[in-house]
Structure formats: C-alpha cells, structure tokens
Design a protein. Structure first.
Length: 115
C-alpha cells in the first residue's frame, strides 16, 4: 500500500516557490531534556476512562521521548507494577503517589503531590 502523506498536508496553501519544502510536525526537533533539578513534575491520581480503576499520572516532564520512556521504565521497575507513556505523561497502575514522590525526589526531581 502506498504511503499517503498527502493527508498530513490537508489545509496547506499551494506555494509557487520551487524551493519550498513542506515540514510536518514529525520533522520538528524534540526539546532537549532538562536536568532533573530543573524539572517540575506533578504526581496525581486519575480514574477517568479507566472503568473506575486508579492510575497514577506523572506530568510535567520536559525532554525527549526516549528519556521519558527510560524514566517510566525505572519507575515501573522500582514500584513493581505496570504502566505506560501516553501523550507526554507517565501512567503507573494503582495509587502510588507517595512512593513515586519519594522516588522522584530521591532522583533529584522537583516533585509536587497532586490530589
């Protein structure tokens, strides 16, 4: 099946410039990862869209997706639970707010415990 990149360009106005190169959001460079001391993370609990089950969200990470995934893997391993990374947030199964705040502050992050 042919790649349909034209769908990414819907809404783009035609250009008469022969040197014009269309750039998608995927072409944009990722932001550099800030040092842990400069990160401000918020650890909160969420039950929406999860059939009443609790997950702990870690918000506010600024950096590359690979670094976020590595941090998520470390947290999941130390807590002994499952989780994932979605839309720039780390989701950890269960209510582990206190444990995550302790772990993240031990790693040097500025952490705030949410609801």
């Amino acid at each position: 099946m042919a790649q349909q990149d034209w769908k990414d360009r819907l809404g783009v106005v035609y250009s008469t410039n022969p040197d014009f190169q269309y750039q998608t959001a995927l072409d944009a460079p990722e932001a550099d990862t800030l040092a842990p001391e400069k990160q401000r993370l918020v650890v909160r609990i969420d039950r929406r869209r999860r059939a009443g089950k609790q997950v702990t969200l870690v918000d506010g990470f600024v950096g590359r997706a690979a670094d976020l995934a590595a941090l998520a893997k470390t947290l999941k391993t130390k807590c002994g639970v499952g989780g994932t990374v979605e839309e720039g947030q780390i989701l950890i199964q269960g209510d582990l707010r206190d444990k995550l705040v302790t772990l993240l502050s031990g790693m040097g992050y500025q952490v705030k415990r949410g609801n």
